[in-house]
Design a protein around this ligand. Sequence first.
Ligand SMILES: [Zn+2]
Length: 447
Amino acid sequence: MYRKTPLEPWIMGKIAGRLGGKGSLTRYLIETYQMQKLKETLALAIDKSPFYRRRLNRRHVEKIRSFKDFQGLPFTTPGDLRQNPLQLLCISQDRINRVVTLDSSGTTGLPKRLFFTAGDQELTRDFFQHGMSTLVRPGDKVLILLPGELPGSVGDLLADGLRRLQALPIHHGLVRDPGAVLEIMTKERIDSLVGIPTQVLSLACSESPVQGADKIFLKSVLLSTDHVPVTIVSYLKKTWGCRVFNHYGMTEMGLGGGVECEALAGYHLREADLLFEIIHPETGEVLPEGEEGEVVFTTLTRQGMPLIRYRTGDIAGFIPEPCPCGTVLKRMSPVRDRVQGRIALTGGGILSMSRLDEALFAVKGVINFQAALSTENNTDRLDLIVQAAGWAAENVPFLVERALFSDPVISCNFRRGKLILAPIRVEPLRELRRPQKRVIRDLRSED
Ligand SMILES: [Zn+2]
């Protein structure tokens, strides 16, 4: 038996505060509440944001009665956050508490900018408190391996949420020296940690797998920020004997989006604050429940910069079967890929970072890698630079190659002479690089 996700009573509380009603949560209650909040958000956006006033048709919006009607509205894209960030604001700039500037890797070279009021940030703290109660108990020491220097940053809000749970957050920031972090883990007897998958893997790999394991008493790990390879989860479980939870979120969502329950079978979502849809990435059509597509969300409670039908670029799907924990909340399958991260190989089939992840992280001692595709004599050429633990076997290049050929798409392309594998370069683990978006660089058009 699994404990029901604590997000359910939390969401029930928010809905009951709004609609009244006692007793248990139902889909009907959730959807009635979501529809009301949706209408409020649309009205706010049309009234206050110059961008949405131009983008949305007021008469159309006023006629919305159902989710089906709502699905006729246009999407908001990351490009809109680059080009028009101030135009999306629904509040004067002096009431904004925090501005987040994200990567400038888009085609325009402009960064995405997100704006949050104090109230918006409070919603995030509240989610972190209730979400973390899935895996953390009062008195637990929780090591935070996420950026948190600035007030309102993810590490800072998470620490606030944990304090409200009467847990003891210890903020460390991103991992640069895995040995130093392991020392903190043993000295402080850390119960739980929150970090980025490859960074946490570097901790589990930084000593020989046997040495020192008896000094670590981790009960749980929460992985966030990047997609989570199954092979990393099983390695962490095996090394530390702990439970490994997935969290899904992005700055645009107000950092938190959803978190797994004890059943570890897909994220339960922040359904009182966010409305999720799954769409076909090319046609934009909403897909039937159970099909995988691009994740789109609408904020239901944000005041500074509400987002309407925002395209995340992540690929996932709702899981129609009820969760073993017995909640009425929806479940979303773990995000594995990005729409733009799916690369068509010349010889057929799709290569993605998640495919490479599952193959390469299955090799003991592999901590991270970079991948690039180029063209050589009209054939795809795959270049890999692998970062490996010091204790890893000298034959890592051979093991990596063997792991790659266990992938059917790669081996098929290779056998048909449509894919060349460049000699694999292995770098020892010294200092961890600042984690970046892990994507396959496709250099083929540049050749
Ligand atoms: Zn569940």
